[in-house]
Design a protein around this ligand. Structure first.
Ligand code: GDP
Length: 362
């Protein structure tokens, strides 16, 4: 599965958000491929296009794409040196492909702050420093190993040694690896080390109310994120958890009263989906209309493989209609008549929203 880890200092609202996500989510029991782990929430990706297709095709069932969020507790100052829950959290973060860092932007005297005061920028520095220290440890070890192997003239080890030597000062400065410009070759080598600060990251600003307008802490977080090239999603975890517990009918009314078009969770899910580098394609037939997930840049054969490995192995052609054409020309037949139906080969780069049908040999 595609996983986004939720990290942050204690008492910033991680669990509240995670529980809201899982409440609004799907029953993992219906998804046998998902491991049932209390820290992993499988959530549907909100996508109005799916429901538009379903309205047109009237299938027996409609299935959204999903992604996973993991609640990762235990990051505190000194965690990389074994403080708090120690560094168990490291292995949990390694298993994710992206990180959402929750920062506390709400003032509430009743809720203790680990550092004794609300200051999201200081919190961000604390978390980022811990992640950099953990990576520095990994890099130092890998460097020693590469150095030994390089002595025998091993070319690969030399390249690794050179890369790791570049990473060290960056991490020493408590700067994340994702901010570095690396060559394609370096990127390939880098993957082996699963560095925490190489993963894409976004900030979730937990604000006191709705969209956080007028929250001075949020402005500071936004400024900081802009400097790093990261994005910020403001939400109010407390309100989101209330929304997630409401029955559907009441939920709409509650949102209307708050002047919101949709729950803030949807913005988090979409931002996580983007951060993971994913895109959506659809299959649409009388049995099922379904949204699927593939990496941006995936080709038609790889997209077929998301549905079934047999589809990828025996791939012949993909029938493709862009979502907008599918809607504008009133479905498959109309799109065909308008010349908007295409037959594509293996190497075709799938576009977000493509409605696809795969032809394959078994
Ligand atoms: P975690 O340790 O980061 O997982 O934090 P929790 O989700 O357990 O939240 C810590 C405390 O802060 C709980 O008592 C929550 O009810 C409270 N809390 C979470 N989000 C908000 C919020 O948006 N506003 C306020 N006032 N309290 C919140």
């Amino acid at each position: 599965g595609f996983r986004c880890g939720i990290v942050g200092l204690p008492n910033v609202g991680k669990s509240t958000l995670f529980n809201a996500l899982t409440n609004a989510g799907i029953d993992a029991a219906n998804y046998p491929f998902c491991t049932i782990d209390p820290n992993v929430g499988v959530v549907p990706v909100p996508d109005p296009r799916l429901y538009k297709l379903a309205e047109m095709v009237q299938p027996k069932q409609t299935v959204p794409a999903t992604m996973e969020f993991v609640d990762i507790a235990g990051l505190v100052e000194g965690a990389s040196k074994g403080e708090g829950l120690g560094n168990q959290f490291l292995s949990h973060i390694r298993e994710t492909q992206a990180i959402a860092q929750v920062v506390r932007c709400f003032d509430d005297e009743q809720i203790a702050h680990v550092a004794g005061r609300v200051d999201p920028i200081a919190d961000i520095d604390t978390i980022n420093t811990e992640l950099c220290l953990a990576d520095l440890d990994t890099v130092a070890r890998a460097y020693d190993k590469a150095e030994r192997t390089a002595k025998s003239g091993d070319k690969d080890a030399r390249a690794r040694q050179a890369l790791l030597a570049r990473l060290k000062p960056q991490l020493d400065d408590a700067r994340p690896v994702r901010e570095m410009t690396l060559s394609d070759d370096e990127q390939v080598l880098l993957r082996d080390y699963q560095l925490l600060t190489a993963k894409p990251m976004l900030y979730i600003a937990n604000v006191e109310e709705g969209d956080g307008t007028g929250n001075a802490w949020l402005d500071k977080v936004q400024e900081r994120a802009a400097a790093e090239g990261s994005i910020v999603v403001p939400v109010c975890a407390a309100i989101e958890s209330e929304i997630a517990e409401l029955p559907d009918a009441e939920r709409d009314e509650f949102l209307r009263d708050l002047g919101l078009a949709e729950p803030g969770l949807n913005r988090i899910i979409r931002a996580g989906f983007d951060l993971l580098g994913l895109q959506t394609f659809f299959t649409a037939g009388p049995k099922e209309v379904r949204a699927w997930t593939c990496r941006r840049g995936a080709n038609a054969a790889q997209a077929a493989g998301v549905i079934h490995t047999d589809f990828e192995r025996g791939f012949i052609r993909a029938e493709v209609i862009a979502f907008d054409d599918y809607v504008q020309y009133n479905g498959e037949q109309g799109a065909k008549d308008a010349g908007k139906w295409r037959l594509e080969g293996k190497e075709y780069k799938v576009a977000d929203g493509d409605v696809m049908l795969f032809r394959f040999n078994v």
